[in-house]
Write a protein that binds this ligand. Structure first.
Ligand SMILES: NC(=O)c1ccc[n+]([C@@H]2O[C@H](COP(=O)([O-])OP(=O)(O)OC[C@H]3O[C@@H](n4cnc5c(N)ncnc54)[C@H](OP(=O)(O)O)[C@@H]3O)[C@@H](O)[C@H]2O)c1
Length: 337
């Protein structure tokens, strides 16, 4: 039978377990759809739970796994047991207590690419479950964190989404690239549109698209399949996810780009240029009205900032819409934009 008076005690135990295990109970209150079940054992002789019976040292816990494939929240159980040795656990009963824990499961489309690997790494380092989908699958020599990612080999046009999307709480697409007009339309546009529709069909609540800055180019210069494909994909995200879709529009992204076994240190150029342009932005701002001026004055952004901005967008339910280069930097720094 449920004893309501045990709820505060159960909460107390939960908080002390969190302290011991360096978990954040407050973080777990930021959303609302998760419950934990605490099974509290008391000694047969004790008619009610004494205040000493739930000392942290007497506390054993286990978490059961995610139960829902369509819900973004995790259900787990916390089992609290009385410490006395030899006491038979005959009087166990279960109390359902609402706790608020958001378990993120992120699908990164193109997780093996330059931006994708930075996103996978950033997500894994923040304890987010990550799945990457790309045609080449698992990249080599990324570092110890790569084992924290599930690398699925597949093409966004032909993949069985049942193997990728169930249970996901967000999708980030980094898919894009260059080639013939037709190829650019397909990879920047159709591939992402396919992904947005699949995510929507599976009830994934958040979609983040890595798009591109328009460099302040006049519209007649934005007719290449690269830009038109990107804008079609953006429209799909914003129409299918009007209140949660995020489009990041970076310019040049710098960092260490891996090509086979080699690393191209784009940061050697990108970082100083970013600093210079940011420092002189008040002088160059009037020039931004000139068509194409951003080809020179658009600030580069580090691949880590793009990754952090994408992850922060995933974590923030209130974050949606199109992000400019500066807004990406602010989002990366955790500033509300
Ligand atoms: N790098 C920049 O400076 C920059 C600047 C602005 C915007 N962007 C945009 O940012 C995004 C990421 O750029 P990036 O430099 O990281 O590109 P990238 O290294 O080429 O990564 C693209 C990823 O997409 C995957 N992919 C391509 N086609 C796919 C398909 N049909 N199915 C599944 N996966 C597929 C690729 O893996 P496989 O080939 O193995 O499938 C790769 O993992 C792109 O959309 C790009 O347009 C980049």
């Amino acid at each position: 039978m449920l004893n309501q008076s045990l709820l505060p005690r159960c909460r107390e135990v939960w908080f002390s377990w969190c302290r011991e295990n360096k978990q954040s109970p407050t973080k777990m209150s930021s959303s609302s759809s998760l419950s934990y079940a605490a099974a509290i054992s008391r000694p047969p002789s004790s008619p009610s739970l004494s205040s000493t019976s739930l000392l942290p040292s007497a506390f054993r816990s286990h978490f059961s796994n995610s139960i829902s494939h369509t819900n973004r929240f995790l259900k787990f159980g916390v089992k609290c047991s009385y410490a006395d040795v030899g006491v038979k656990d005959t009087n166990s009963f279960t109390i359902d207590v609402e706790a608020n824990i958001k378990a993120e499961k992120l699908v990164v489309l193109g997780g093996s690419g330059f931006v994708g690997t930075a996103i996978c790494k950033a997500a894994a380092s923040r304890g987010i479950e990550v799945i990457s989908l790309s045609r080449s699958g698992r990249p080599s020599n990324l570092g110890s964190w790569e084992d924290q990612v599930s690398w699925i080999t597949g093409d966004v046009f032909y993949v069985n989404w049942d193997e990728v999307l169930p249970g996901a709480t967000a999708v980030i697409s980094t898919i894009g690239g260059f080639g013939s007009e037709e190829q650019m339309q397909r990879i920047n546009g159709e591939a992402n549109i396919t992904a947005v529709n699949a995510a929507k069909e599976y009830g994934i609540p958040k979609f983040v698209l890595i798009s591109v800055h328009d460099y302040n180019l006049p519209s007649f210069l934005l007719t290449s399949g690269y830009f038109t494909g990107k804008r079609k994909a953006e429209s799909e995200v914003l129409s299918k996810y009007p209140a949660s879709g995020v489009v990041l529009r970076p310019g040049f992204i710098y960092g260490k780009r891996k090509v086979g076994d080699f690393e191209i240190p784009l940061d050697l150029v990108g970082e100083p240029v970013e600093k210079l342009l940011d420092a002189t932005s008040s002088f160059t701002k009037p020039l931004s009205a000139l068509p194409g001026s951003d080809l020179i004055f658009a600030s580069p952004v580090s691949v880590d900032d793009v990754a952090q901005a994408a992850i922060n967008a995933v974590k923030d339910d209130d974050c949606f819409g199109v992000f400019t280069i500066n807004q990406i930097k602010e989002a990366a720094a955790g500033v509300k934009v």
